[in-house]
Ligand binder design. Structure first.
Ligand code: G4P
Length: 191
């Protein structure tokens, strides 16, 4: 998505060799109009699939998932929780996601009420790095007896291997932009 590449180059920031900061329109402030364009682009990429539910992980995935849903006919957006609130004690599916970025392991959970057997689920998330969050979501979808119809990612960092893992496992992954390298403050996209 050329407009997204431009926006990242204009408004994003490269941190070291691993991280791209996009707080100005994804992670801390949301450019709703632009995010809606991203949702439309996901629909263009996944136009041929039927979607019963969209699944993401709190917190940054929620906005992009919600702005993608209208283009798929308003399926419910389910977001996996990373914390264990009092209101979600039992009756949930869970899977571990290791964060290489943060050096932590979190348990992501989804109530059994919100993913049903046979659901065709589209996973949407902001970043694909090592693939831990997406893999945890695929695990939860499998536990529910539902089906992963695709994985839509805003920014994939190719050099962290998550995409390779997910595609290797047979999932259809569509990333709006793919970054092949971050070095000396320069972000290089793959074509
Ligand atoms: P993985 O799920 O692909 O394995 O990624 P990883 O563990 O490395 O990432 C953990 C968290 O860091 C995720 O957010 C992910 O979106 C975010 N992240 C990964 N790479 C980048 C990056 O280059 N830039 C930014 N801004 N974030 C990145 P999270 O912990 O779920 O936090 P939240 O923002 O959704 O609350």
């Amino acid at each position: 998505m050329e407009a997204l590449k431009k926006k990242i180059l204009n408004e994003g920031e490269a941190i070291g060799t691993q991280i791209v900061k996009v707080d100005g329109f994804v992670n801390h402030q949301i450019d709703v109009r632009f995010m809606s364009e991203m949702g439309k682009e996901f629909k263009r990429r996944f136009g041929d699939i039927k979607v019963d539910k969209i699944l993401t992980v709190e917190s940054s995935g929620i906005a992009i998932a919600c702005l993608t849903a209208p283009f798929f006919g308003y399926p419910q957006v389910v977001f996996a929780k990373k914390t264990s609130p009092n209101t979600l004690i039992e009756g949930s599916y869970s899977a571990e996601a290791k964060s290489f970025t943060k050096g932590t392991v979190s348990l992501v959970r989804v109530s059994k009420k919100f993913i049903e057997k046979g659901d065709r689920v589209l996973i949407i998330d902001d970043f694909l790095a090592h693939g831990e969050a997406s893999l945890a979501m695929t695990d939860i979808i499998k536990q529910a007896g539902a089906r992963v119809t695709g994985i839509g990612i805003v920014i994939e960092k190719l050099f962290q291997g998550g995409g390779e893992k997910l595609r290797g496992a047979g999932y259809r992954v569509e990333s709006l932009v793919s970054i092949s390298k971050i070095s000396d403050g320069i972000i290089t996209f793959s074509e």
